[in-house]
Design a protein around this ligand. Structure first.
Ligand code: FES
Length: 165
C-alpha cells in the first residue's frame, strides 16, 4: 500500500520521536498508539500506516489493536487539537502555567474536548523545538516562546480564524 506521509510535518516528527523512545522497549505498539492519539487526536489510516512502517510491524497488527481497544479512535472528536509540550525544556519554562491558562480559557481539562467540538486539549513530550520553549502545537502549527497570556490569545485568534462558536 502506498500512502503519502508528510514526514516534515511537526506532528509526524513528534510521533517519530516517541517511536524512537519506545522502539527498544518490549511491546511498544500500544504505547506508541496512545502517544499518536495524543498528538493527532485520533488515529487515521495514514498514522496507522506510519506507526506500522516505523515499528516494522504489519499494518494488520496495528489495525487489529486499534479496533480491539475502545480507547482508540479512528475519527476525530474535535476539529482542532492543541498539544502543549510537557518535555523538560518546556516544563522548566512554565508549560504547566500555559496548560492551566488554556484549560481555564476553554473550560476543559487536559484530554477533554470543548462542547462545540472545536478543540481537544492534549499534552505531548518534546516537539524538538526546545529552543522555543515553552511550545504548543495547534494541529501541525508550532507556537513557541509562549506565556499563558499569549497562548490564550493564539487560541482565541485561532477560533476566530477557523470558525466555531
Ligand atoms: S521540551 Fe518542549 S519542545 Fe523540547
Amino acid at each position: 500500500m502506498k500512502m503519502h506521509i508528510p514526514e516534515d510535518n511537526p506532528q509526524y516528527k513528534a510521533l517519530k520521536r516517541e517511536i524512537i523512545r519506545y522502539r527498544r522497549k518490549p511491546g511498544p505498539l500500544i504505547q506508541v498508539l496512545h502517544r499518536a492519539q495524543e498528538i493527532f487526536g485520533y488515529l487515521p489510516p495514514e498514522v496507522q500506516f506510519f506507526v506500522a512502517k516505523e515499528l516494522n510491524v504489519p499494518l494488520s497488527s496495528v489495525y487489529g489493536v486499534v479496533t480491539f481497544y475502545n480507547f482508540f479512535r479512528t475519527e476525530p472528536v474535535a476539529r482542532h487539537i492543541i498539544n502543549i509540550c510537557m518535555g523538560t525544556a518546556c516544563h522548566v519554562k512554565g508549560a504547566a502555567n500555559v496548560a492551566e491558562a488554556l484549560s481555564k480559557e476553554l473550560g476543559i481539562k487536559i484530554g477533554e474536548t470543548t462542547e462545540d467540538k472545536m478543540f481537544t486539549l492534549s499534552t505531548a513530550r518534546c516537539f524538538g523545538a526546545c529552543g522555543l520553549a515553552p511550545v504548543m502545537m495547534i494541529n501541525d502549527e508550532v507556537y513557541g516562546k509562549l506565556t499563558p497570556e499569549r497562548a490564550v490569545e493564539i487560541v482565541k485568534k485561532y477560533r476566530e480564524e477557523h470558525g466555531g462558536a
